[in-house]
Design a protein around this ligand. Structure first.
Ligand code: ZN
Length: 274
């Protein structure tokens, strides 16, 4: 494959997916297994930022047999081992990543939800009220060098925030973010918050909640406003590898549990891109 024809799969996990001890239904088990598989098969883990720089022509690296890692929704389970109620000890994504000593460029981008109020409500209503969606881990994780923090919107337009925010906003869907006011509320507000907490220019990547990428954002708002917010790319969940023709405002990702659910399927996914 020539360098012009590069393609890189971006894998997506959710640390809150803990449904049992098995690969299917536990993203911690899947993540550790997939990293071991990728390493065994000679795939190289690279930062998601490298994939974006390649697509934008800001870098020209050899990305043959490379993959990038991301995880969505931002809980402390991304970086810290926890005892999960009912399911016992869960190894963090960061721990599994650090264990892959043969991968010098290994890196994981965590797409986090900015609003403290939304995180508090989700932690209470959707998790176990143990403070897992606090933001105290963001800065130390960044400083450790193996983690990037990305923008996963202000409040995920999540149903826990029903009645808050712009009037008449239907929750539980990101396709409804179809106006300047709604985009400012969900994306600009999050970008400003993350920049204030972590530094200007730190969070350059966005991931669409629910994988919903409204035409308004992809074709209109991001091309107009993205650069001014320091954003370089926005990621969906539509499957497929990133390549020279990917839309920077709707970059594809593969999602664990959606596009593959077993070590065999993961190996087949990689083999299909080789
Ligand atoms: Zn999400």
């Amino acid at each position: 494959m020539s360098r012009r024809d590069w393609q890189v799969p971006v894998l997506t996990y959710h640390a809150s997916t803990v449904g049992g001890p098995d690969y299917a239904g536990n993203d911690h088990v899947a993540f550790a297994s997939d990293l071991a598989t990728a390493t065994r098969l000679g795939w190289r883990i690279v930062p998601l930022q490298w994939v974006v720089e390649q697509r934008l022509g800001l870098a020209d690296r050899d990305l043959h047999r490379c993959l990038a890692l991301s995880c969505d929704d931002g809980t402390v389970l991304d970086v810290r081992d926890v005892d999960y109620p009912g399911h016992g000890p869960q190894a963090s994504f960061l721990g599994a990543l650090q264990a892959q000593a043969g991968q010098p460029d290994r890196h994981l981008t965590c797409f986090v939800i900015a609003s403290p109020e939304a995180r508090q409500r989700m932690d209470r209503d959707c998790l176990h009220g143990l403070g897992w969606m606090d933001e105290d881990w963001w800065a130390p994780a960044l400083a450790g060098g193996r983690i990037g923090i990305g923008n996963h919107s202000w409040d995920h337009n999540h149903p826990v925030m029903a009645g808050e925010g712009p009037p008449d906003l239907v929750r539980g869907d990101f396709h409804v973010i179809d106006s300047d006011a709604r985009a400012d509320h969900q994306i600009r507000q999050a970008a400003d918050y993350l920049a204030a907490r972590l530094g200007q220019g730190t969070c350059r990547l966005f991931a669409y909640p629910y994988g919903h990428a409204p035409d308004f954002l992809v074709r209109d708002w991001f091309p107009r406003q993205g650069a001014a917010l320091g954003l370089q790319a926005a990621f969906g969940t539509q499957g497929g590898a990133v390549g020279p023709d990917s839309d920077p405002w709707h970059v594809p990702r593969y999602v664990c549990g959606l596009h593959w659910s077993s070590p065999q399927q993961f190996e087949a996914l990689l083999a299909g891109l080789d």
